[in-house]
Design a binder for this molecule. Structure first.
Ligand code: ZN
Length: 489
C-alpha cells in the first residue's frame, strides 16, 4: 500500500493590505521531502507527521511531498502559489501508483486568480491519481468548505476545537478513515448542509462546548464515521464563505442527510449566542476607567495579526491620547520604520515621531506626537505556551501618560514579555491594551482584574455587517435576516 502526503496552507484575509509571497512561506514552513522535523507537526502538516509515525506498523509506504505554510495575511501571489502546487503535483505524479493521498491544508487560502485554492489542489490531484485512489484532507474549521472540494475528496475532517488543540487527533482520524476505505472496510458517503451564516465559535464558551461534545459522541456509532462543523473564516470575499455541517457515514446517504440537516438546524439556532460581547472603543475605555481595580486588559481583536491584520491600527490609541488617559500601556504596534527612528534617536530622547497607521485605510491615521524613548531592545521575543515568538527589534515610547510598544516582526500580543522586555510591568498599569483575539488570554487572563473586548475600526471587524463583501453568496446571516439553509450535497 502506497500513500502520499503534502501541505500547502495559509489563512488568507482578502481584505488585508499585506500580500503573501513565497518569502512568507519561507519564514513559516518551507520543507522539501524528508526535511520535516520529527519532534512535532508544523502548521497544517499533521497528516504527514502522523502517517510517517504509523507507516511501518500499518503496513504502508509513505511518500513525502513538500510542505508549504505561511502565517495569515493577504492574498497569495499567483505565480508563487502555482510554483508550490506544481512542485507538489510533480511529486504526486512521480509517486504513482498510489492507494491514498493525505493533504494537510488550511481551507481558507486564496491566491490571485484562485478563490478556492484547496479545490484547485484537489482537482489537479484527482486528475493525476484517478477516481479510485482515496483522497483524505484535514482542514481548519475557519475554512470555506466548497462543494467542489467535498466532491473531489473522499474524506474531509476538520479540527473540532477552537483554539485548535486537536490538530494531531484529527489527522489520525483522516488516516484511519483513508486506510479503512482502501481496505474496503467502509464506503464513505458524504452530506453537506449549508447553514447560511457567518459567526465566531470559541469552543471554550459553554454553548459551543456542549455542541462539539454532543456531535463528537455520535461518531463511531450507527455507521457515522465523521462529523465536522465549519465555523467559516469571515475575512475573505469568496462566494462560498459560511458555516456548514459535513457528515460522513458508512454507505448510508439517507442517514448522512438526516444528521447533517438536524445538526445544521441546531447550529442555526445558536446564531448570535456563541461569541463574547464587544464594546465600542469609547465604551471600552470608559468601562476600564470606571473599574476600581487594576490592571484592566482591553483586547483589540479587530487588529489581530493572527487573522491577517497589520497590527498598526491607531484608533484606540488616538482616543486614549485625546482623553488624556494616564497609566496605560498599548502593544504591539507593528512599525519597523518607527522602531528604527527610535533607535536612531537613542534611549531617553524626546523627539517628534510619526508612528502606526501606515499599511492601509483600516490602519487609521498615524500618530504624530512628541514622544520620549523609554526603552530599546534588539531581538526581543515573547512566550506563547512552550514556544518563543520573535518580535524583532522593539522600542517603548511614552506619549503623555501612555506607553506604547513598537515591534519589528508582525505578531499578536501573546506573552507578558511583550511589555516586560521593555521595562513595562503590565501588573502595575491601570490599563493594558493588547492586539489579539483570544490567544492573549493565556498570559493576560490570569493577571487581569477585568477583560474588556472592544470592536475597533481595525480590519477584522467583529460586526460582519461592516465587512465590505461584494462576492459572498447572499442571503447570509447576519448580513441578511432571512436565509435559506439546506442540504447542498
Ligand atoms: Zn482556525
Amino acid at each position: 500500500m502506497r500513500l502520499f502526503s503534502a501541505t500547502i496552507a495559509t489563512e488568507t484575509n482578502t481584505f488585508s493590505p499585506l500580500p503573501t509571497s513565497l518569502d512568507a512561506y519561507r519564514e513559516t514552513v518551507f520543507l522539501r521531502p524528508g526535511e520535516h522535523p520529527t519532534d512535532a507537526p508544523r502548521m497544517c502538516t499533521a497528516p504527514l507527521f502522523v502517517a510517517r509515525q504509523r507507516a511501518a506498523s500499518e503496513g504502508f509506504t509513505l511518500i513525502e511531498g513538500s510542505c508549504f505554510a505561511a502565517s495569515p495575511a493577504g492574498t497569495t501571489n499567483r505565480g508563487d502559489y502555482e510554483f508550490m502546487r506544481d512542485e507538489v503535483m510533480a511529486q504526486l505524479k512521480a509517486a504513482l501508483p498510489l492507494d491514498g493521498v493525505l493533504f494537510g491544508l488550511h481551507g481558507a487560502m486564496v491566491a490571485h486568480g484562485y478563490d478556492d485554492v484547496e479545490g484547485d489542489i484537489l482537482e489537479h490531484a484527482r486528475a493525476i491519481v484517478g477516481p479510485d485512489c482515496i483522497i483524505g484532507v484535514e482542514l481548519d474549521p475557519h475554512c470555506h468548505l466548497t462543494l467542489k472540494r467535498v466532491r473531489l475528496a473522499d474524506i474531509t475532517v476538520l479540527y473540532k476545537e477552537f483554539p485548535h488543540t486537536d490538530v494531531v487527533e484529527r489527522a489520525e482520524d483522516v488516516l484511519d478513515l483513508v486506510l479503512r476505505t482502501i481496505r474496503k472496510e467502509i464506503r464513505p458517503t458524504t452530506s453537506l448542509f449549508d447553514c447560511r451564516q457567518i459567526g465566531s465559535y470559541p469552543t471554550t464558551l459553554p454553548l459551543m462546548r456542549a455542541f462539539v461534545d454532543k456531535t463528537a459522541a455520535m461518531e463511531g456509532k450507527d455507521g457515522v464515521l465523521s462529523i465536522s462543523i465549519v465555523h467559516c473564516f469571515p475575512y475573505a470575499d469568496v462566494p462560498e464563505l459560511g458555516g456548514r455541517i459535513l457528515v460522513i457515514t458508512d454507505n448510508d446517504k439517507a442517514r448522512a442527510d438526516r444528521l447533517a440537516t438536524e445538526i445544521g438546524r441546531e447550529f442555526i439556532a445558536m446564531r448570535g449566542q456563541t461569541a463574547p460581547d464587544y464594546l465600542t472603543t469609547d465604551e471600552g475605555i470608559s468601562a476600564a476607567l470606571a473599574f476600581n481595580d487594576s490592571p484592566v486588559v482591553i483586547a483589540d481583536p479587530a487588529d489581530n495579526a493572527g487573522g491577517g491584520a497589520p497590527s498598526d491600527n491607531t484608533s484606540i490609541l488616538h482616543r486614549l491620547i485625546e482623553r488624556d488617559v494616564k497609566d496605560a500601556a498599548v502593544g504591539p504596534i507593528w512599525d519597523p520604520i518607527a522602531v528604527r527612528l527610535c533607535f536612531d534617536a537613542g534611549p531617553g530622547a524626546r523627539f517628534p515621531l510619526r508612528f502606526g497607521g501606515k499599511i492601509g485605510p483600516t490602519s487609521g491615521q498615524p500618530v504624530d506626537a512628541l514622544v520620549t524613548v523609554a526603552a530599546l531592545q534588539r531581538d526581543c521575543w515573547q512566550s506563547f505556551g512552550p514556544t518563543q515568538v520573535p518580535l524583532g527589534d522593539c522600542a517603548a515610547i511614552r506619549v503623555g501618560g501612555i506607553e506604547v510598544v513598537l515591534i519589528s516582526n508582525r505578531t499578536q500580543a501573546l506573552g507578558l514579555e511583550l511589555f516586560r522586555n521593555l521595562g513595562i510591568e503590565p501588573m502595575q498599569r491601570k490599563l493594558v491594551v493588547v492586539k489579539s483575539t483570544n490567544h492573549f488570554m493565556a498570559a493576560y487572563g490570569p493577571i487581569a482584574r477585568k477583560v474588556i473586548y472592544v470592536d475597533s475600526d481595525g480590519p477584522l471587524s467583529r460586526d460582519y455587517r461592516k465587512i465590505p463583501y461584494s462576492r459572498v453568496k447572499r442571503p447570509i446571516w447576519p448580513l441578511d435576516e432571512h436565509t435559506s439553509p439546506g442540504l447542498i450535497a
